[in-house]
Design a protein around this ligand. Sequence first.
Ligand code: UDX
Length: 452
Amino acid sequence: STFRPSQPPASCRRRIVMFPMPFQGHITPMLHLANILHSQGFKITIIHTEYNAPNRSNYPHFTFRSISDRFSEIPAAELSASYCIKYLNNYCLDPFRKFLAELLADEEEEEKVSCMITDAAFYSTQAVADELGIPRLVLETNSLSCIVASDILLSLSTLPKDPEALVMEFPPLKLKDVGKGNTDPKGMGEVMVNTRNQMKASSGIIWNTFKELEEYALETVCQDYRIPSFTLGPFHKYFTASSGGLIEQDRNILSWLDTQAPKSVVYVSFGSVARITESDFQEMAHGLANTGLPFLWVVRPGVVRGSEWLESLPEKFLESVGDKGRIVKWCPQPKVLAHPATGCFWTHCGWNSTLESICEGVPMVCSPCFVDQPINSRCVCGVWKIGVILEDGFERDGIETAIKSVMVNEEGKEMRKRINSIKDKMNLSLEKGVVGPHLVSLLQDSNGSADV
Ligand code: UDX
């Protein structure tokens, strides 16, 4: 069931300026949030970088301003996630301030800019908010649990030595996950500290999650951050129409799914950023084929290091699999997960993918790669118990066993029951409606000067 927001109250004629980080996993939730707020009567201006610019024709109801970022001039070798985020924070700051100042000074503008919502990782924008006297709300695209767990990790002075040891302050997390979490003070660690500090200085945090899923983490964040937190997720369930992504989707795949038996297909995708080695890719192929189950595998061009696309598949792989397996470059993922034929999702546990899987009651096989993904996967397997982790990486026998445990075994049936009960709670939470009066008043003008 899809929740439809109620008609906007006539009193909310305000403009919100939104500024997403230009990566698929960040832009999509920001645009979904923009649609939700637009349906509540707000006018929306999206400020975006030229790099990964959103497709404006999908959003004729928004105003767009583009920042020239010279991103394409960065040498490929420098393009680590932390480098990109720091670069964008520095480079975009002045143009962002200029656009905003112009908008505020524009006498012709009918709707007053009442607040900005920027990606949590655009930490430098808090200074602009303070300078121009505009409240800043933050969109955090990661899970609440991820923020709580990484706060704990950042605060620990010593860590246990055994890689299998549980981190006592956040039991589902193992020490070996921490390295993947990137606490490097010059890299992602610095980004995390800046993000946290400027989040605490903001007027509130909007989360793409729902309270019933992460109640413990929500309480912890409310205590630690001392600013309002709003759990409005899952954003993508508000509207039926797909807003499209940065990569063209292969929609023919839905008719192939129509020909498959209910809950029979293994869906595989590692999101828009993660990359794997050639040998991991080959193990994946063997593991998938050895299950004997039908599969739909998204191999994003560039996901395999050193390959354009499918060159490193094992010899005669496609012939031997025949119509039992499909490989595509990109697909309409939420629709694939919602399809009755989809039986499990082998995922890297990016937060959007994890949430989309939960929303459709599809249990997971988890291969986390970095940053938030190991934490999300521990929640999937250790807290919500709706999936298994491939602890030993990419190895064909382990892959086959893990997929079968979710698809075929009793264990998988129990996971399916648990994930369906979480899905029911999510539907109830959406039906109640989530954009409450507290958030609306903050968005209209948290300085209290709005004429409402
Ligand atoms: C990044 C980080 O890697 C992730 O850990 C963080 O939580 C958000 O930012 P990404 O790796 O792309 O995101 O993963 P994820 O958050 O899962 O987002 C991927 C999005 O791409 C999902 O919304 C998914 O529906 C979409 N997608 C994926 C498609 O539309 N089609 C596909 O074929 C594959």
